[in-house]
Design a protein around this ligand. Structure first.
Ligand SMILES: Cc1ncc(COP(=O)(O)O)c(C=O)c1O
Length: 392
């Protein structure tokens, strides 16, 4: 059964307390967003990882408000496409400061990024190295290593990443093709709850450093990717313990890379958003009670769908919360004529839930709006800022 949280998690801001959310009367669905939370999370990460350049993964929440808030606190960016590069350029970031960490890119995107002044590109295949040599000659390239991501909610290493020998071969090939072998990156998978995943991956990078040293190559950059977990309804390892493990592993490397990078997405953005939805229908089916919301998987809550409804978000509703208000288990679904937009199974919500009540889905600032579509004619949620610069 999904647990219900009527209180805020630590990562949520002033503008996102139940009282503040209750005062928002605009039409649903919308993502109430307090960008100051992203700034606070950035500060925490930077404090635990001194000496690291933090490049926010734009795909996580690319709204200009979040990007601007982060840039204002000294954050840099990592992009996956020309569209994302344009977004960070639009808020005043120079392409030369940006990492293009998508390991597989359309040739035209490589050429266009290069033309705009971006000089650092990830790759993990021979095909990509050859594309980079053709379309971004002379640029600095970093290899994506496949690492163990089994203890993450959203693994990535099946789709991306070269093994150790291949990574070494590819960096040598890059050099032969006139590129600059610049660094190594990995991703332990998103929402990784195993602090030992990072040091394990960093040790593999150390093995790569050793192999390359024998060929006269010293890599400048170690990019430890993202994956830093945040608390939804279950406790997660403290950032401090992850950071200690990371720093200890870096101290053991054959040499100290000049440039250390982390690419957090979820850790910065999740807590800055609460998805505000309305109940549009209720039904008793053979398998129990269903609540239909005006937001579903296609309107931003895609991660709930990707995990088969097993991903638990903190929920509360606009109904008065008291111990005497009985709760019941609901299947919570979206507004479309499709069954695949269902979000939660067995979610505990007030039994007397009615059409028009609001349901607040907490920790929804990451990987939500960036997925939202107007599928089935239902408009995607808008962003409603609830911090300093109140605006929508
Ligand atoms: C290349 C890259 N870097 C960083 C991230 C951010 O990851 P997370 O949101 O888990 O921190 C992602 C997300 O999948 C990614 O693909």
């Amino acid at each position: 059964m999904s647990s219900v949280s009527t209180c805020q998690t630590e990562a949520q801001g002033e503008g996102l307390t139940p009282t503040a959310l209750g005062a928002l009367t605009g039409e649903t669905p919308f993502l109430a967003c307090d960008t100051s939370v992203a700034g606070l999370q950035l500060r925490e990460l930077s404090a635990h990882l001194p000496g690291f350049a933090i490049h926010y993964a734009v795909k996580c929440n690319p709204t200009p408000q979040v990007l601007t808030a982060l840039a204002g606190k000294g954050c840099r960016f990592e992009v996956a496409s020309i569209g994302e590069l344009a977004m960070v350029e639009a808020i005043g970031t120079a392409a030369s400061e940006v990492l293009f960490s998508n390991p597989v890119k359309p040739p035209a995107a490589i050429a266009e990024a290069h033309r705009r002044g971006l000089t650092r590109f990830a790759f993990d295949s021979e095909c990509e190295v050859r594309k980079l040599a053709t379309h971004a000659p002379g640029s600095r390239v970093y290899v994506r290593l496949a690492v163990d991501d089994t203890n993450s909610r959203f693994p990535l290493s099946r789709k991306f990443g070269a093994d150790l020998e291949e990574a070494e071969r590819l960096l040598l090939l890059a050099r032969d093709l006139g590129l600059v072998p610049y660094g190594v990156t990995f991703h332990v998978g998103s929402q990784c709850t195993d602090p030992s995943a990072w040091p394990r991956a960093i040790r593999r990078c150390g093995d790569l450093f050793e192999g390359l040293s024998r060929n006269g190559i010293v890599l400048e950059m170690l990019d430890i990717g993202g994956g830093f977990p945040v608390e939804y309804t279950e406790p997660t390892p403290a950032l401090a313990s992850i950071a200690v493990a990371i720093r200890a592993a870096i101290d053991q490397l054959p040499y100290a890379p000049k440039v250390l990078v982390a690419e957090p997405g979820r850790f910065l953005a999740a807590g800055c958003g609460v998805m505000v939805a309305s109940v549009i229908g209720l039904a008793d089916r053979a398998d129990g009670r269903w609540a239909y919301l005006d937001v579903g998987g296609y309107h931003g809550m895609m991660e709930a769908v990707q995990t088969g409804g097993q991903w638990q978000f903190p929920l509360h509703t606009s109904r008065p919360e008291s111990d005497s208000e009985p709760h019941a288990a609901f299947t919570v679904t979206g507004p479309t004529c499709d069954a695949s937009d269902t979000l939660f199974y067995g979610a505990s919500l007030p039994e007397k839930l009615e059409v028009g009540d609001r349901v607040y889905i907490g920790m929804a600032g990451a990987y939500s709006l960036s997925y939202a579509s107007a599928f089935n004619g239902f408009p995607p949620p808008v962003l409603v800022l609830v911090d300093g610069d109140r605006a929508t």
